[in-house]
Ligand binder design. Sequence first.
Ligand SMILES: NC(=O)c1ccc[n+]([C@@H]2O[C@H](COP(=O)([O-])OP(=O)(O)OC[C@H]3O[C@@H](n4cnc5c(N)ncnc54)[C@H](O)[C@@H]3O)[C@@H](O)[C@H]2O)c1
Length: 459
Amino acid sequence: MKRVIFEDLETALRAKEAKISVIGQGYIGLPTSLLMARAGFSVYGYDINQTLIKELLDGKTRLNSEKGMKELLNELKDRNYVPTSDLDDLYGSDVVLIAVPTPKGNNGPDISMVLEALDTALKAVRRGGLIVIESTLPPRTFYDVIIPQIEKRGFKVGEDIYLTYCPERALPGNLLHEIVHNFRVIGAIDERSAQLAKLLYGSFVKGGIEVTDPLTAEMVKLVENSYRDLNIAFANEVARICEVMGVDVKKVRELANRHPRVNILIPGIGVGGSCLTKDPLFLYWASEERGYSPKLIKRARDLNLEMPYHYAQILDEVVRGLNGGDGGTIAVLGATYKGDVPDPRESPVEPFVKELVKRGHIVRIYDPLVRVSFGGEYVPNLVGAVKGANAIAFVTDHSEFKLIDLTKLRKAVNRSEPVILFDGRMLFTPEEAERAGFIYISVGRSTIGLEKALVRPEI
Ligand SMILES: NC(=O)c1ccc[n+]([C@@H]2O[C@H](COP(=O)([O-])OP(=O)(O)OC[C@H]3O[C@@H](n4cnc5c(N)ncnc54)[C@H](O)[C@@H]3O)[C@@H](O)[C@H]2O)c1
């Protein structure tokens, strides 16, 4: 009997006849739903946010700046992709995929939304169906929490329910491409669950699929992001050292990276995004709880968290130094945590702006991809943001910013007094900024001796 149920599902997946429900229609759930619908499955995209579902039914997506998303939504929504907030639509699903948030609480991960979604999945899935969790899980959650929760509800894992953990590792900005082309890790409890998940992901993933156990999959996802965070922290630490040494980090990095075994990343005002800011902590907390307190991961996190405050302080001091001790107007260019990524979540620009406001400055913020103010004033265009400003802070490396003509920018400021250009992402050289008439300050460069410059610039 069990074998028949399994073979039914296997056949349905091969024939793209399986009914799939995806719980959570955000950054990850929506593109994954659309890609499975494009592969030929009937996909119900379920979300408790009814406004979001209404928008999707109207063909509108909040992920507008994701290449191809709006087009794909509109191509599939009246066909085999059905956005819904009605649980009844999900009943009898062959596969239920969970893509709800796993935020960090104050002292530990918050997996409550995943557990709530799991209860929904258990109501929706048919007997012998597959549940896939894509939401990030702290290590051991799968074995210690997820399986017991399912069995508490009366299901036998591996018999009544097949189960896998398939962590998502795609980067906003290029989600549809990354979800298809990234290498995929499937953590499966048994051979059959693995086989079913491979059929599901094999229908749209081109970047390769590797099956492992769920705990290894949990670790892989968190280790990857901890590695990134740690490497950025190292670059940021080198920048901070260069600042006190009075040497330019740009040159130090460039020459050090010519060594065949060195690859220092570009330092900046901090790290953001929903994953990099929490995944290292998930790893840290889980390990600490079991008796080993990781030494590097938490330090790296703290160092990266400190960066926006450090540069807000430097900018505050320089602006006041030029402005007779008073605060000034600061144009902050960029809000998202990464260039060309339309995602402001956990962006280091937020504490940077808040700190500048706290220190008594007027902050105008402009970002071509998102509309947020972070406690400053959002201005919908570049010229409006910089007009009359004492300082311009480049804090996100959007392509649009890299192409800016600094001479024209200086003219747009339209101010006869000195204007500071703070380069928080190492986009420009001091020479080009100074040629355009700015006082240049940057990550990884000392501001000692700046007094000389303070009396010089004119346009
Ligand atoms: N965004 C990323 O860059 C990214 C990358 C890799 C992994 N992840 C992981 O993917 C998971 C989802 O993240 P996201 O960025 O897509 O989140 P998101 O906030 O963009 O979307 C989550 C959606 O889930 C909905 N939701 C919450 N609880 C629900 C429930 N019980 N039933 C139905 N819907 C519910 C919310 O209304 C929201 O629309 C997280 O665990 C995250 O760590 C995210």
